[in-house]
Design a binder for this molecule. Sequence first.
Ligand code: ZN
Length: 93
Amino acid sequence: MTYTRRISSKGGITIPQRLRHEAGLMPGMVVDLTLTLSGPHSISRGITINQHMDTCPRCGSTEDVLVARGITACRKCLREMLEALDEMEGDNG
Ligand SMILES: [Zn+2]
């Protein structure tokens, strides 16, 4: 699907909600912008937007992000998830 948007005078652009959702992009998240050139004489120019590698997918923080066992999250979110797990296990046990 292709979306057409006009770039503002300040260089801003709004990424459609559906596209953000499908790309897993959320407010506050840090992204990498990369210039892309394709075609025999780089006729086609564009920009790709990718989630910054060390970004917590839960809160969008780029600080204190840990990666282990295929899980990426910031320390704060990991603590909150562990506390939530403790509460759930406490309720069941
Ligand atoms: Zn987080």
